[in-house]
Design a protein around this ligand. Structure first.
Ligand SMILES: NC(=O)c1ccc[n+]([C@@H]2O[C@H](COP(=O)([O-])OP(=O)(O)OC[C@H]3O[C@@H](n4cnc5c(N)ncnc54)[C@H](O)[C@@H]3O)[C@@H](O)[C@H]2O)c1
Length: 331
């Protein structure tokens, strides 16, 4: 781990990835100051409580960041004034709050645009006004759209969902704020993230584990032939923390493992550990292919290895075991 910044603002810090990043930050650098801005539409204060004590601070009571310490401010990134208040004193902003996922963006593209485009510009403006040094954005593979893997940072982007378009717009604004205002920005395109603290997520690993605990079958749409690049959340958190140190203008990285695994292979890997924990294994049923489900997906991570010096450390097998153990104990 690199030496830590002292003062972080983390938006969406009560969510799956937010809690994981905060857990890793505090484990590696116990003396940091962290302020969290979250509207609690997804994560909860209890989720945050699982990794740290914190002070609940009202927007109109914000003072200098506690050092060391963790504060939660319940506020919305779509509120431009709130963004400027919470960013005061921050050295780095890790911007995770978002409308997450493709389906919600198809249901309401305007709400997706407000959260992911306006919300991101609000946070960038706050960074500019408060002279924040670095800005890290959680992006995704969705800006690229349909492409032949391995995906890399040079792929031409043709998003096929409003979510892909809004994340691409966020990346573009990071580049613009770097070019126009000298802000150090890093956009990270996360692949399929799994791990502890993901109990509410709709992604396939979390869904299978919830179903296994509820005694429900696993439905393999399209036979589970579709491939994904599954990254363990703790590895991803280390990439996020490292990215906050880059001082080279605007950067963009694929954050993935580079390993292509089919959903069926992942299910077969999970099964024996589920059986060991619970005594039996979910029945597997074959469902129809899902509309819009990408057939193959994995990333080339050579750019992030070369520039950031980051590589994932956790094999899928050991990440799945840690995730099952967490679900059995806490979910
Ligand atoms: N989990 C994945 O596999 C994955 C993959 C690619 C990209 N991402 C991106 O990573 C980021 C974090 O994802 P996650 O899985 O932790 O999601 P999550 O839903 O678990 O967490 C998001 C958090 O943001 C908060 N939030 C949402 N809208 C907000 C708003 N308008 N103002 C303030 N807070 C708000 C929610 O309350 C929640 O606590 C998102 O930007 C997401 O698009 C995640």
């Amino acid at each position: 781990m690199v030496e830590s910044h002292k003062k972080y603002l983390i938006t969406g810090g009560c969510g799956f990835i937010g809690v994981t990043v905060i857990h890793q930050l505090l484990k590696n650098f116990p003396d940091v100051s962290i302020r969290i801005m979250d509207n609690l539409s997804g994560g909860t204060a209890e989720d945050l409580k699982a990794v740290t004590d914190f002070a609940l601070v009202k927007l109109d009571e914000i003072g200098p960041m506690k050092h060391p310490g963790v504060e939660l401010v319940v506020a919305d990134i779509c509120d431009a004034n709130a963004a400027k208040v919470v960013a005061q004193g921050a050295e780095v902003i890790i911007h995770l709050a978002a409308n997450t996922g493709v389906q919600p963006s198809i249901n309401d593209p305007v709400a997706d645009m407000r959260a992911n485009v306006e919300g991101t510009v609000n946070m960038l403006e706050a960074a500019r006004e408060c002279r924040v040094r670095s800005f890290v954005l959680a992006s995704s593979g969705a800006p690229i759209g349909e492409a032949t893997p391995p995906l890399n940072e040079k792929a031409v982007c043709r998003p096929i969902s409003p979510y892909g378009a809004s994340k691409l717009a966020g990346e573009a604004y990071l580049s613009a704020y770097s070019g126009s205002f000298g802000l150090n920005t890093v956009a990270l395109r996360f692949s399929n993230v799994y791990g502890p603290f993901s109990r509410r997520k709709g992604s396939v690993v979390a869904k299978f584990l919830r179903q296994a605990l509820a005694g429900e079958p696993w439905i393999l749409n399209g036979g589970g032939e579709q491939t994904r690049d599954f990254i363990y959340s703790e590895d991803l958190a280390h990439a996020v923390i490292k990215a906050a140190y880059l001082t080279s203008g605007a950067e963009l990285f694929q954050i993935a493992t580079g390993v292509e695994t089919s959903v069926l292979e992942m299910a077969n890997m999970l099964s024996p550990f589920i059986e060991a924990q619970m005594g039996n294994c979910p029945k597997i049923e074959i469902g129809p292919p899902l509309i819009g489900d990408v057939a193959r997906n994995f990333a080339d991570i050579s750019h992030v290895k070369n520039v950031l010096g980051w590589t994932p450390q956790t094999s899928l097998k050991s990440g799945l075991i840690k995730t099952i153990e967490w679900f059995v104990e806490y979910a």
